[in-house]
Structures are given as C-alpha cells and as structure tokens.
Design a protein around this ligand. Structure first.
Ligand code: AMP
Length: 460
C-alpha cells in the first residue's frame, strides 16, 4: 500500500495527517489523491466513513501549494481558489474543520459559510480572504447577490455528497453557482449513489473525469451486530460496568455526547474498579495520544470519547463500541459503530438508551432503515413511569447540529420507540427536507457517460 508521501503529498501535509493518527491512506484516498493531483476532473462514488473528505482535501491542498497564487501572508486578502459545496451546514462545518486540520502547517487558510446564522461575520471573513471556502449553496448565492463574494478566481470546485444535495432540492442553486464560476477549473464530484440525476449533473459538470468507486468501509447492516439496552438514565454507568465485567470486554470504545459526560463516566467506572481514559477536545494532544496508544496496545481496555475526538481513531477489528449516549445526528451513529467490525471482522455495537433518547433512536432507525433489536438486561429493567427530560445540549463539542432545540422523548410505556417526525432543520433551507430520501443504492457501474475508470473497487 502506498504511503501518503508516495501518493504525492508534501511533507507538511503528511505531518498534519500523521498527527491525526492516520497511518495509511484509505482506498478512496489511494485512488483520489493521485488523480486530483494530476489536475483532471473526478467522479467519485464514496460514502461518509470512507475517508472521502481527506480524499479530496489533501490533494487539493497539494495543488494549491504547487501553484502558489496571491500573498502567502495568512492575514492579507487573497482570492478564493477552492470552493467546496455541501448540502448541510453540519457537513460544511466538518469539512472546513478537516481542511483547517490538514492545512495546519501550510500558508493557506480556509473558511466556511452557511445559512441560519448571521451574515456579517461571513462578510468579514470573505473580505479578509480565504484560499479554501466551504459553503452551502443557498448562502453562497446570498453572498453573490449582495456582492460580498468574488468567485472569479476559483480553480477547483468540489461537490460533496452531491446526491444529498439533489435530494434536498439544490439542483437549481447548483446550476446558478456553476454559471457564476470561471469556466476553466478542475471539478470533483463526490456522491454515495448514482441516480440518473447525478449522472446528468456529472455529464454537465465534468470533463473526461477519472472515475473511482469504493464500497463502504463498514456496513452497518451486514457486519456489525447492533443492540439496544433500554435502561434508566441513572443506571447507565452500573450497566456499562456490568457489561464490561460480565462479558469480559477487553477493548471497548465508549461514546459520550459531552466532554463532561466523558470525564464523569471515567470517574464512575473507576469507582467500579474499571480503568478508563477519556479523549475529547479539552484534553491536551499528549493526553489524547497517550490514551490512544495505550488503548491500541491493549494496556487500556476502556476508552471514552466524544464524536469529534474519535475522528481519526482507526483501530482494526475493534470488537466493541458502546453508545453510552446516543448521538444527536443519525450520521454520527453510523460513524461511531463503523469503528467496529472492520475488514470483515465481526463487531458489536451496543447502545444504552434511556427514555430521554427515544426520539434520537427513532431518527437513527429511520436513517439506517432498520430497527435495532432491544434487550433488557436483568437487574436493569427501566422504570416504565420514567418521564423524559430534555437532553443537555450545552456542552456539545464542536458542531452546530440541526434540531438542537429541546428534543422531547416519547413518554415511556413500552421499550419500542415510535417512528417520530424528523427534527426540524434549522439550516438555511428550513423548508427543504433534511432527511435524505431513500436512495436507489445504485453505485457506479450502471451505464454512465463514459468516464474512464481508474483504480479498482476497494473495500478496506
Ligand atoms: P469521511 O469519510 O471523510 O467522513 O471520514 C471518516 C472518518 O475517517 C473521519 O473520522 C476521518 O477522520 C477518518 N479518516 C480519514 N482518513 C483516514 C485514514 N487514512 N486513516 C484513518 N482514519 C481516517
């Protein structure tokens, strides 16, 4: 397997990547990085969880470096050279976070703009200038209409999760954006599925693209055994301790929603005689690295992590993942449980779910299009009269999530959650559906507009 360096990335990029704990490129990265560095267009079939973000960000940064333009001083105004369009503001924020991480040692800067928040700070950002701009289409067009953005110097356009953008009704906005951009540019289109609409968009946008496709790194459906343990809110930590001890789990990654929750759980497990360590944004890099390496070498059996901190943890065949709290966003559930069952090995993902989280559970089940089996553990039968409380969202790490208002869980009565209405999006296009439509699932391979295939179908 080629290293990041061998794929053509410069030392300062590789350094930032290594700091994330990535040891080798994922299949999509192995194929996309050289293809993008060569400068051609790209059509990529890759879902979340495959490492697609680094797959386009790293080579794009490399290209910017090899063709310097504008002042290198980070503070002076500079033209926007790369535009990444994403369907949601959450994804926009995540992508920009990744760009910022990977460009840490480069004389390049990045910014993000999306709707639902004040426009003035964004105007200020755009005045200062950024090399890489991540944006949702609606807000980008708002800026264009107001004359607060200059898109005349875009060299590279990336459409991330293009299928979802179309599902959300962004096609007209995308067409408008394309009409504004300079015609001579490199175009990268990433999509999980390839409907006729996506193929039509690819035909219109891409010029003899390289075409790559990778299967999901993990399938939530096939490889990973998922289970829900309904439990009372205040019985979660004794239940977790019970599971770890009775089932003799030797390596378990536990997700909590908040940094505070992670710290508290480490303490509680300690009182039960279980040594655990937490990694989250308030921990120093050295504390994180230490916890991670002890967890990897087996000397630490329980690692507690928040979603953001867990990005970049790549451990082969992690046998157990526990959702101590359910994530707020269904996609994060898939990310989390994707940490187990790697490379065809069987894995188990267990979620401890209390009455407050039934709405979140319903959203997740809707998203993964299946019900997760439930099992009540002896001695931890949930109180049928328990009342749901709003979930504490104050100390969420990082991102703005949609529907961050007070979620009301369904009053308990049975252990089965009811299918619930999708949370109200608060993103720039509140009227547009936020939940992805069921996908037709046809990946590349159908008749497509004759792009050239490069590479093979990987499934690392
Ligand atoms: P994405 O598909 O871009 O959403 O990435 C999924 C996850 O994989 C993110 O948490 C990344 O931090 C992580 N990741 C990306 N590239 C690698 C790599 N080469 N090795 C390990 N983890 C990676």
């Amino acid at each position: 397997m080629p290293s990041f360096h061998e794929l053509g990335l410069s030392e300062d990029i590789v350094r930032a990547v290594s700091e994330q704990g990535y040891t080798s490129p994922t299949p999509i990265q192995q194929q996309a990085i050289p293809a993008v560095i060569q400068g051609g267009d790209l059509l990529a079939g890759a879902q979340t969880g495959t490492g697609k973000t680094a797959g386009f960000t790293l080579p794009v940064l490399q290209r910017l470096l090899s063709q310097p333009n504008g002042p290198s001083d980070k503070t002076s105004r500079r033209p926007i050279r790369v535009l990444v369009l994403t369907p949601t503001r959450e994804l926009a924020a995540q992508v920009q976070e990744s760009v910022a991480l990977y460009s840490k040692y480069l004389p390049l800067n990045s910014g993000v703009i999306f709707g639902g928040v004040g426009i003035n700070p964004q105007i200020k950002l755009l005045k200062q200038g950024v090399d890489v701009l991540v944006a949702t289409p609606g807000r980008l067009l708002d800026h264009h209409q107001q004359g607060t953005i200059d898109l005349r110097h875009i060299e590279i356009l990336i459409l991330d999760e293009a299928d979802r953008m179309l599902d959300m009704g962004f096609i007209h906005d995308i067409k408008k954006v394309l009409a504004i951009l300079p015609p001579k540019r490199q175009n990268l289109l990433f999509s999980a599925t390839f409907s006729d609409d996506i193929k039509a968009l690819a035909d219109r946008l891409l010029n003899s693209p390289a075409m790559i496709e990778v299967a999901r790194r993990n399938s939530t459906v096939e490889v990973i055994a998922q289970k829900i343990h309904p439990v009372d809110r205040d019985k979660k930590h004794p239940l977790l301790a019970h599971l770890i001890k009775s089932q003799q789990w030797s390596q378990v990654l536990v997700f909590t929603r908040t940094k505070h929750g992670a710290n508290r759980l480490v303490e509680q497990l300690g009182k039960e005689g279980i040594t655990a360590m937490a990694i989250h944004g308030n921990k120093s890099q050295s504390a994180r690295t230490k916890a991670l390496s002890e967890f990897k070498d087996g000397s630490l059996s329980v690692l507690v992590a928040t979603d953001i901190a867990a990005r970049g943890i790549d451990i082969d065949q992690l046998p157990h993942v526990v959702n101590y709290d359910l994530p707020n966003v269904p996609e994060d559930y898939v990310h989390r449980i994707g940490r187990t069952g790697r490379a065809g090995a069987s894995g188990e993902a267990v979620s401890l779910v209390c009455v407050d989280e039934f709405k979140l559970l319903a959203d997740i089940e809707k998203f993964i299009k299946r019900q997760i089996p439930q099992e009540i553990i002896d001695g931890f039968i949930p109180d049928p009269n328990a009342k749901a409380q709003p979930i504490q969202l104050r100390s969420f790490e990082g991102r703005n999530h949609p529907g961050n208002g007070q979620r009301k869980a369904r009053p308990v009565g049975s252990n089965k959650p009811q299918a619930a209405k999708a949370p109200q999006p608060r993103n720039e296009n509140a009227a547009r559906p936020q939940q992805p439509k069921p996908r037709n699932g046809n990946l590349l391979g159908g008749k497509s507009a004759g792009p050239r295939r490069s590479g093979s179908r990987g499934n690392g």
